[in-house]
Design a protein around this ligand. Sequence first.
Ligand SMILES: N[C@@H](CCC(=O)N[C@@H](CS)C(=O)NCC(=O)O)C(=O)O
Length: 238
Amino acid sequence: MTSNDGGGAAVRVIGGWASHYAIRVYVALKLKGVEYESLQEVVGNKSELLLKSNPVHKKIPVLLHHGKPIAESMIILQYIDEVWASDDDGPAILPADPYERAVQRFWAQYVDDKIAPASVVLRRVANGDVGEAAAQVTTALEHLEEAFAKRGQGKSYFGGDDIGFLDIVLGSHLGWLKAVETIAGVKVLDESKLPELTAWARRFCAHHAVRDIMPETDRLVQFNTYLIGVLKAKASGN
Ligand SMILES: N[C@@H](CCC(=O)N[C@@H](CS)C(=O)NCC(=O)O)C(=O)O
């Protein structure tokens, strides 16, 4: 990462409205009540600012804080929690207890290892061979249903009474998980099998820090068609 890009608002996010990784950052900033400038990347045409700010991975999101870039969504969430940590800054994102923090980080990593790649497969292979990816998401969500019942202890969120790290990491996938049900014709958030998690998902999407950020299913389905077109054109060199 380079050190400073000069001007702009104190807090800027190089992101994209449909990126579940970027959604994490928007939700965390909203939760903390931090004003930010949203810089939307255009698919297939990475900006100079992105390439300069995240030269290693060249991926969104990047948080620019007084021009200094921070990359990787989970690292950004932890940075936001550490910088905006006073009582006036909204709820803590990570729990104070080291064991609880470790548990949330464990499950957050599990989400990115299991749900993120399978969700991408389900978006790309419309009505094709989606069985394996759908099974991977289902198994992961079943584990999380169990974890919620255990860790939630009658609370509304993984984070307790308000949303926290794991809520944001898993919740950022909900828009796309709903969209893949249409795109790939599979049911992944099945209320009869995942009663705790589907109730949690409804609460999460209705939360004041989430409801204006979580993209609508139809918009994601349309965006997916556009994205596949861009990827195909790129693959064929057009
Ligand atoms: N591990 C990264 C993943 C970020 C990521 O994969 N971002 C995607 C958008 S959702 C991206 O920028 N893709 C562009 C590319 O792969 O070239 C994070 O958590 O921030």
